[in-house]
Design a protein around this ligand. Sequence first.
Ligand SMILES: [Zn+2]
Length: 133
Amino acid sequence: MDYDSLLDKAHKELPDESTGGERFEPPKLEAFAEGNKTIIKNFSQALQKIRRKPEEVLKFLTREFAVPATVEGDRLILHRKINSELLNKKFNEYVKNYVICSQCGKPDTHIEATGHRSRVLVCEACGARTSVK
Ligand SMILES: [Zn+2]
């Protein structure tokens, strides 16, 4: 295959961004196994997109997978082998519950503590406040 047809092929495989642009797509975590660990190499980039602190997401993943985790630079290291499909499934759950506004579906939100152990997800787009765990 020559360069032009490769390029042509690449263009055809690009997702069509003109449709459904309103819906927020959670970033995909890129993970690979190294020994008995799972390394998420784009952890900090993914978190920038959802505007969450590493500690927040780390705490969630640690709890969901019952496995210790450490942040190392831009990467997150989970101390067990975890299937990347499952990892992304959990991460999408996090995004759905702790990032996306349930009222308007936008990701422009932040979490506010409202008291001892109670928190709300505040939407900056529509002003909705939803309590979260
Ligand atoms: Zn909203």
